[in-house]
Design a protein around this ligand. Structure first.
Ligand code: NAP
Length: 497
């Protein structure tokens, strides 16, 4: 179950929002009394409540907003119990001052906004002596491994225990706690009002992660990167799993560069079956996989890690075939009878990981390749590795190319008024491939269409690389059209993460 945390400054707004949440399907709502500007009127909030509620009033030390004195706060919690609140949240140190009464269930809670302490198990043992119906632990994750420790504690608990880590690094535990027996997780009522670090919105928890369907059998996948907050992969893969009726969940796994290998080792305890791999781990991850696909050996980088039939980790690179597939589809539009790359002149902008992978594919397909990069030295180095032409960034407009491929982030959200290739350099009838997928229609592609060029968006490449990963993860073809539509709908210029 998802418990939606609701904090508003006026009673009227709390009541209206609570009703709206019930209409959206919320089954448990936490009323944060500390958010109210005036003295909370318990009866007003509880009479005619549309769902069961947890009454909570957080002090400043737990980053709450309560400004009154402690006696008043405890009196409010006692009043909530006498008024028949379904649950009351009492912090460990005051649990004995707010006694049990009637049918109200007691949640004994422990918060630590600094860390997931080493003595978590001792703290938990002490909490068990405080007459709780439920125990709640919310601690800050400072390493990805903290998720593992917390989830282990939840799975071994004899008392119903809600346990998760806070902060961006703790997001996996917020989504996975149900798999390990947590009776519910917490989500915020609005993505604009995050009431605790790392908290996801009710909408996201329900519609992207399908939290209520996660159980002990759920298979786990995720994207490894730093940052990963901006990634559309969870949206895409979760939609595909759902469409195919698979009991699987895909998580954003923020893993700092220096702890990748130790984290992968720790994550073995969570039995994660497959990863998408993004910046900055695409090269380093090869050290974890005993088996490498030839695309990986070619590019020196992987974007996918999954277990092969023998249960061993296998690394592959689905960016590479996806880009070539997208390019071929574009060429079919350009020359239906001659969709091969072998006779084409290609100008590649950029010299990073994606440029290297695509450049290699283009060369292998027999095209004539020229590389241009903002840092000319790096562009020259890539041209040397690929054994192809190089042109200085300033002179990129002088290349007479049939195909232009942008592998730089120029024109990406939020800098959508930028283009890596001024309009007057575009030639009628060229094929222009922009690997950027947010926005789908970059300025480069818009201007290319004005020149009657054929265009391919990075969205196509992104969908195809994810579809190929899906196939590796669950060994069945991906619902590509569903993924394409999901990404299209998910990408919006106002999306910030
Ligand atoms: P990367 O390794 O960081 O390389 C970035 C490249 O862009 C470098 O060559 C860099 O030049 C150049 N660059 C950065 N800022 C620039 C600017 N302001 N002006 C001109 N050039 C600039 O990144 P990557 O992993 O190769 O990714 C590159 C792009 O590919 C991403 O931004 C993304 O839009 C796209 N991408 C698409 C997909 C997909 O599936 N569609 C997947 C991954 C990536 P310097 O050498 O001078 O720094």
């Amino acid at each position: 179950m998802i418990c939606v945390t609701l904090g508003r400054t006026r009673h009227k707004m709390v009541i209206a929002e609570h009703r709206a949440l019930a209409e959206q399907g919320a089954r448990l709502v936490e009323l944060r009394l500390d958010w109210l500007k005036r003295m909370p009127e318990i009866h007003r909030l509880l009479d005619e409540r549309p769902t069961p509620v947890i009454v909570t009033c957080r002090r400043r030390q737990e980053t709450g907003k309560w400004r009154g004195d402690e006696d008043q706060r405890l009196a409010l919690l006692r009043q909530a119990i006498v008024s028949g609140a379904d649950y009351v949240d009492v912090e460990t140190d005051v649990a004995e001052q707010v006694p049990r009464y009637g049918d109200t269930k007691r949640i004994i809670s422990y918060h630590n906004f600094k860390e997931t302490p080493d003595d978590l198990e001792d703290i938990f043992a002490d909490m068990q002596r405080l007459d709780g119906d439920y125990l709640k632990l919310a601690t800050m994750a400072n390493t990805p491994e903290d998720n593992v420790r917390m989830l282990r504690l939840v799975s071994e608990a004899d008392v119903p225990t809600i346990g998760f880590c806070m902060g961006e690094l703790g997001i996996p535990s917020r989504i996975l706690c149900g798999k390990y027996g947590s009776p519910w997780t917490y989500a915020t009522f609005s993505s604009d009002r995050v009431l605790a670090p790392g908290q996801l919105s009710f909408e996201e928890m329900r519609d992207v992660y399908h939290y209520d369907e996660i159980d002990a059998e759920t298979r786990v996948f995720g994207v490894l990167g730093d940052p990963v907050g901006h990634s559309y992969s969870p949206l895409l893969h979760n939609a595909a799993f759902r469409h195919e009726g698979l009991n699987c969940v895909y998580l954003p796994l923020r893993v700092p560069r220096d702890v990748l290998l130790s984290t992968l080792k720790e994550f073995e305890a969570l039995e994660i079956e497959g990863y998408s791999v993004t910046i900055p781990h695409k090269e380093h991850v090869l050290e974890y996989a005993p088996y490498l696909h030839e695309t990986v050996t070619d590019c020196g980088a992987a974007n996918t890690l999954y277990r092969n039939e023998q249960g061993k980790w296998f690394a592959t690179n689905t960016d590479y075939p996806a880009a070539l597939q997208a390019l071929r589809r574009g060429l079919e539009l350009l020359h239906p009878d001659d969709a091969d790359l072998d006779s084409k002149k290609v100008l590649l902008l950029g010299a990073g990981g994606v440029a290297k992978a695509i450049g290699l594919g283009v060369i292998r397909a027999g095209a004539g390749l020229t590389v241009a990069n903002r840092t000319n030295k790096r562009g020259k180095e890539l041209a040397g590795q690929l054994n192809c032409q190089h042109v200085n960034w300033e002179n990129r407009g002088s290349v007479l190319a049939d195909v232009l491929i942008n592998c730089t982030p120029v024109g990406m959200y939020p800098n959508m008024e930028e283009t890596p290739f001024p309009q007057h350099w575009l030639r009628d009838g060229m094929l222009v491939f922009d690997t950027i997928y947010n926005p789908e229609n970059t300025l480069l592609l818009k201007q290319a269409r004005e020149h009657e060029c054929y265009t391919i968006s990075g969205l196509e490449m992104f969908v195809l690389q994810a579809a190929e990963q899906f196939d590796c993860f669950v060994r069945r073809p991906a619902p590509v059209e569903v993924m394409r539509e999901t990404l299209r709908q998910g990408i919006s210029p106002v999306r910030l993460n």
